[in-house]
Ligand binder design. Structure first.
Ligand SMILES: NC(=O)c1ccc[n+]([C@@H]2O[C@H](COP(=O)([O-])OP(=O)(O)OC[C@H]3O[C@@H](n4cnc5c(N)ncnc54)[C@H](O)[C@@H]3O)[C@@H](O)[C@H]2O)c1
Length: 358
């Protein structure tokens, strides 16, 4: 059987994790073309991974190559254009998170996937962790009962990645769209994928980018790299209500006066609560309040989740398995993020309109 032919658009940091995922499937997949607007970078990348052809224009790559699958790993502002070009060029696409800059772009991408009959998966990689699998199983086996409240945080004390991540015209937003998206999506997924209905959110820009740049605690590079403005929030918080009665409180920061970075998801169900960090369950049994702690390390492993995500995408692209992070999931997330930013702007809660059936 011939191998699945893959292209990668955007050859920066995260593209290496996609490449690693494809390289882990040597009998089924070959990466035959890569593209980046930075010629030096794409050349070096093609050389490093023995990719036969490289491009600086994704339209040219899609015109010249016969690709079955494409990974879109560009900065957020290029997700829409690259994804639509790849779909129209006949490829199935996995697009990194956040799906797009806003809901309108995400809807357009979903419509093109529908029109072309191609798969569009969104890079919600945290869904592919062993922790997510176990917690989802708790829920499906009825151990938690209905999950009615959740608390999710993704907080960095001094952790703006710098560069385009802090420039709204490239990123679409700050820690909310970059980090919050992971824990909002995972919480929604673990609570049975309900639909969001109302959002109240706040954002703050009080600290700025990398105030301790150069210190041992600083995460990113200097304040503003050439050509980039620092124009995103430092911190965002929101309360999101879903149609099945689930409510999620979320907090995300690049910079916050806090003791240490933290990323947590706690879910509270009618039968048991869960701490996602160690997959612990909290409930009452035999007249006692108990903590159930599964054996082994059940936390997610960074390299493993990308391998699982890419393997699942490849399976879904040939119809061997259902897609586990659909374009529709991506649009719901963009609707939530847009509503949080709108609510922060207006000071009022924002109702979320349903996704159109297409
Ligand atoms: N899933 C995760 O955990 C995770 C982690 C980090 C980043 N990401 C996402 O991955 C994406 C890339 O992030 P990164 O950290 O790799 O950024 P990066 O800056 O390291 O790489 C982005 C690359 O895209 C290239 N690019 C931009 N526009 C392009 C275009 N039109 N055509 C071809 N190439 C283009 C840039 O030149 C750059 O090399 C972002 O959407 C980010 O949110 C996801």
């Amino acid at each position: 059987m011939s191998k699945i032919k893959v292209g990668i658009i955007g050859t920066g940091g995260i593209s290496h994790c996609h490449m690693d995922g494809y390289k882990a499937l040597p009998d089924r997949v070959e990466v035959i073309a890569v593209c980046d607007i930075d010629e030096e970078k794409v050349k070096a990348y093609a050389e490093k991974y023995n990719v036969p052809r490289w491009y600086t224009d994704y339209n040219e790559m899609m015109a010249k190559e016969d690709l079955d699958c494409v990974s879109v790993c560009t900065w957020n502002a290029a997700h829409k254009g690259a994804t639509i070009a790849a779909l129209r060029g006949g490829a199935n696409v996995i697009c990194e998170k956040p799906m797009a800059m806003n809901t309108a772009e995400a809807e357009e991408m979903r419509a093109v996937a529908k029109e072309t009959g191609k798969l569009l998966q969104v890079g919600f990689v945290r869904r592919f962790g062993q922790d997510a699998d176990l917690i989802r199983k708790y829920y499906e086996d009825g151990l938690t009962g209905d999950i009615y409240y959740g608390k999710a945080t993704y907080l960095r004390k001094d952790g703006c990645p710098g560069g385009w991540f802090g420039d709204k015209s490239y990123s679409g937003g700050g820690p909310l769209i970059d980090l919050g998206v992971h824990v909002i999506d995972l919480s929604r997924y673990l609570a049975g994928s309900p639909k969001p209905v109302t959002v109240f959110g706040v954002t703050y820009k009080n600290i700025g980018c990398n105030r301790a740049a150069g210190s041992e605690t600083a995460w990113g590079g200097p304040d503003v790299k050439s050509g980039y403005e620092y124009s995103v929030e430092d911190f965002a918080s929101a309360l999101i209500r879903f149609d099945n009665g689930f409510t999620l409180s979320v907090e995300a920061s690049f910079n916050l006066n806090i003791d240490s970075d933290r990323g947590t998801i706690e879910l509270f169900g009618t039968k048991a609560g869960i701490n996602a960090a160690n997959c612990e369950l909290y409930t009452a049994m035999a007249g006692k309040y108990v903590k159930i702690n599964p054996y082994g390390d059940n936390s997610f492993q960074f390299a493993e989740i990308f391998r699982a995500e890419i393997a699942s995408f490849v399976d879904a692209s040939v119809g061997a398995a259902p897609c586990r992070a659909t374009a529709e999931d991506g649009v719901w997330l963009m609707k939530i993020l847009d509503a949080i930013y709108e609510s922060a702007e207006t000071g009022k809660s924002v109702d979320i309109t349903p996704i159109e059936t297409i």
